[in-house]
Design a protein around this ligand. Structure first.
Ligand code: NAI
Length: 769
């Protein structure tokens, strides 16, 4: 007879499987087709949806063709005006009805999700489904309030939405709920691995009495996704998935007016300071990387632990890892289920093998001998800086661990990635927590927590993790178009023809100069072009590179207070006013006076475009901070050479960015002459850099440059297209507008300029817990 202690120590879990009867009956009773215009339509070809835990087929699902996508987009288009014309309250009722119905089917949704994806039932039941329901409730609220809260905005129209397989129902709700709340209609393509809960959701759309065509769901693989992206009838694309496909979508939409948001991969740091509550941090790792088999875009996949506690932490972590239960996802005591398919399993194993071949040490629990695609939890240590596991998204239950000595080193390691999705910071010192939160390049920062989500907390990345936010007020903006400028389409200007620069030996040097790093610089080319009796430098790639370097060095500007930036901008407005007569000679009195007024206007905003505090479902203050991008490129409008320049550059710098500006090509003189005003107004060198010359070439260089974090192009359609297409490298957000604005009027100072000058960092700070 064992003692009680022995019994407790040797006790194991008995099986506690969730019943699949109801879900299997549902699957058997359906022949799945696409959901278009309120009914199911069978596809010409089908493919199997497989249970990754067993390898068994769950259902045959239709493979969408370009023709199916076309039918769905047409249905969405037909429904769009009627849906947008409903009152917010009427749309809210529909969203509310969907939320209620989902809640009634919670168990069926959870079991189906686990069968299709392989995730533990505990997670689909307690996390995926409740969060999806919450998303519909929350957005029923936004539908109700949209007219009042987002004046001067309209829905985009038809939204094409493509989602991945890691959170199938949750991603569906993140996409569909805000789109409908804002008054759009939708064609959604679920991932080919996990289409089933989307099809159950489609049934609820019928049951909820949603007008036909408002939600359409076309199943299929990436070819169906690509057809949706390319369809001319789609006004906005929202994508969540791999960075590689994100890049393709950026290219495919470049030559169109389609709005785009991308939520891509990550390699998020999990930073543990010596003074952290180490037990809590260990449980944090479990939630960071062993939640959903590590198939989480914002997974804390890189542990950075302070050297003094690293040995202790690593030992405790290894011990905790051994207690994780890998196995049948339907068993309520399973911690780690199956990864989504054998391809994903092989992808994970191959990166881990490469990491080990490059010298890393793998600590892993023994393999689980199930039939399906299982990967045991693992920890990689002893990694060199260049190890593949430090840079590649593994997207599986394998975490890396490195150490740091000082907070600065932690930040350096944390930011040593091309991604910028999330970060977790573990410390009992609030100063350290918030100091590091400010410095990490990540769209979401969790303090003493990880992988927390809420419909009222904006979610999305920086850098190559994509752009745009989902959730909360900020996410609603991604589904609303601001009132568009009403001006004529911009026309291309011919590239200027080159003249040799006037030599400095001339009696009067009539060649204007570029303005880089607070100094006047000759163009690298040694060429200029003629404008109104003056010679203007022909800037080239090298000049842009120098300007980016100068802007990069002026990083302090992003850290000064809004008040200080306002002071500088007011000073600039005053100095512009003092020289009004000189500028009036170039552009006339009206444009000059408007430019002065505009400078005062943007100065006023410098300390007022605040972030927000969001209330989430947990004990946190969730801060949505507005951060500058850093270095931005601005292709200023051809029209209104002074006013257009001032109206675009100043909001960007008011928000803390440093800019490389390409002024009007036909008349760059007022912008070049502005350097004296900048110099006398305490604008630090490198904050505004002015490069004149061939717009198309300069725009392309800015788009391609990895050091440029965001780009605005007020230019002709060809430049707008190239700016978007060439930006696919570092996936910088591009705001491209090929219609002229009325710079004198309200269009010249709309809030869009501020929204496009910042990115949201969502920081979850424990509060009242
Ligand atoms: P993926 O990016 O290929 O798939 C995501 C969605 O995009 C699916 O619905 C797919 O059908 C669709 N798609 C594929 N090619 C397309 C195209 N050319 N145009 C439009 N849509 C297209 O991701 P995949 O291959 O399933 O996974 C590969 C890796 O991507 C994973 O190992 C992981 O590292 C990463 N990933 C990241 C996700 C995230 O949430 N950030 C989600 C899924 C995967």
């Amino acid at each position: 007879m064992p003692t009680v202690t022995e019994a407790l120590n040797t006790m194991d879990y008995g099986p506690a499987p969730e019943s699949t009867g109801h879900a299997m009956d549902w699957l058997k009773s359906r022949g799945f087709g696409h959901f278009i215009n309120g009914k199911f339509i069978s596809g010409s070809e089908t493919f199997a949806s497989i249970n990754p835990a067993t390898g068994e087929e769950l259902a045959q699902v239709a493979q969408g063709t370009a023709a199916d996508i076309d039918t769905a987009v047409k249905a969405a288009r037909k429904a769009a005006s009627g849906w947008a014309a409903l009152s917010g309250h009427q749309r809210a009722r529909h969203l509310y009805a969907l939320a209620r119905l989902m809640q009634k089917r919670e168990r069926l949704f959870a079991v189906l999700e686990t069968l299709d994806n392989g995730k533990p039932i505990r997670e689909s039941r307690d996390i995926d489904v409740p969060l999806a329901v919450r998303h519909f409730y929350h957005h029923a609220g936004w539908a109700e309030l949209a007219e009042v809260e987002f004046p001067d905005h309209r829905p985009h129209g038809v939204c094409g939405q493509i989602i991945p397989w890691n959170f199938p129902l949750l991603m569906l709700s993140w996409k569909i709920a805000p789109a409908l709340a804002a008054g759009n209609t939708v064609v959604l393509k679920p991932a080919e691995q996990t289409p089933l809960t989307a099809l159950l959701f489609a049934e609820l759309c019928i049951e909820a009495g949603l007008p036909k065509g408002v939600v359409n769901i076309v199943t299929g693989d990436g070819t169906a996704g690509a057809a949706l992206v390319e369809h001319a009838g789609v006004d906005k694309i929202a994508f969540t998935g791999s960075t590689e496909v994100g890049r393709k979508i950026r290219h495919a939409t470049a030559g169109t007016e389609k709005a785009l948001t991308l939520e891509l991969g990550g390699k998020s740091p999990f930073i543990v300071f010596a003074e952290a509550d180490l037990d809590a941090a260990i449980e944090g790792v479990v939630d960071a990387i062993w939640f959903n088999q590590g198939e989480v875009c914002c997974a804390g996949s890189r542990i950075l632990v302070q050297e003094s506690v690293s040995e202790q932490f690593t030992n405790r972590l290894k011990a905790r890892m051994k207690t994780l239960r890998v196995g049948d996802p339907l068993d309520k005591s399973t911690d780690i289920g199956a990864v989504v398919d054998q391809i994903q399993r092989q992808r994970i194993c191959s990166i881990v093998d490469d990491a080990v071949a490059q010298g890393a040490v793998l600590h892993q629990a023994p393999a689980y001998e199930g039939k399906g695609s299982f990967v045991s939890p693992g920890l990689l240590t002893g990694l060199g800086a260049a190890n593949i596991a430090n840079s590649e998204e593994i997207f599986g239950p394998i975490v890396t661990l490195m150490t740091f000595r000082t907070p600065n080193e932690a930040v350096e390691l944390a930011n040593n990635t091309r991604y910028g999705l999330a970060a977790s910071i573990w410390t009992e010192n609030i100063t350290t927590a918030l100091d590091i939160a400010a410095q990490v390049k990540a769209g979401i920062v969790w303090v003493n927590g990880t992988n927390m989500f809420d419909a009222n907390a904006p979610f999305g990345g920086m850098r190559e993790s994509g752009f745009g936010r989902e959730g909360a007020r900020e996410g609603m903006l991604a589904y609303l178009a601001p009132a568009a400028p009403k001006g004529a389409a911009r026309k291309a200007v011919d590239a200027p023809s080159a003249l040799p620069e006037a030599g400095s030996g001339d009696a009067i040097d009539r060649t204007r100069k570029l303005y880089i790093g607070g100094a006047q610089k000759r163009a690298d080319s040694g060429y200029s072009y003629a404008v109104a009796g003056a010679q203007v430098p022909l800037g080239n790639r090298k000049d842009i590179r120098n300007a980016v370097e100068a802007a990069d060095k002026a990083g302090k500007w992003s850290g000064v207070t809004g008040h200080n930036r306002a002071q500088v901008l007011y000073f600039l407005a005053e100095n512009l006013n003092a020289r009004a007569a000189e500028f009036a000679k170039q552009v006339g009195e009206a444009e000059t006076q408007a430019a002065i007024a505009r400078a005062f206007y943007w100065a006023a905003w410098a300390d007022k475009f605040d972030g927000r505090v969001h209330s989430t479902q947990s004990a946190h203050v969730t801060l949505a901070m507005k951060e500058p991008f850093g270095v931005m490129g601005v292709i200023c409008p051809e029209e209104a050479p002074l006013l257009g320049f001032v109206s675009t550059i100043l909001p960007a710098i008011a928000m803390g960015n440093r800019v490389i500006a390409v002024p009007s090509q036909a008349n760059p003189l007022p912008a070049l002459d502005l350097y004296q005003v900048l110099d006398t107004s305490d604008v630090p060198g490198g904050v505004v850099n002015i490069i004149t010359g061939p717009r198309a070439e300069l725009a392309e260089t800015l788009a391609k440059h990895d050091g440029v974090a965001a780009l605005w192009a007020f230019a002709d359609p060809a430049i707008c297209e190239s700016a978007k297409a060439q930006s696919a490298g570092n996936l910088k957000p591009v705001w491209a507008e090929s219609q002229e604005r009325d710079w004198q009027g309200a269009e010249g100072q709309s809030q869009d300029f501020l929204h496009h000058a910042v990115q949201i960092k969502t920081i979850w700070v424990p509060y009242g817990a």
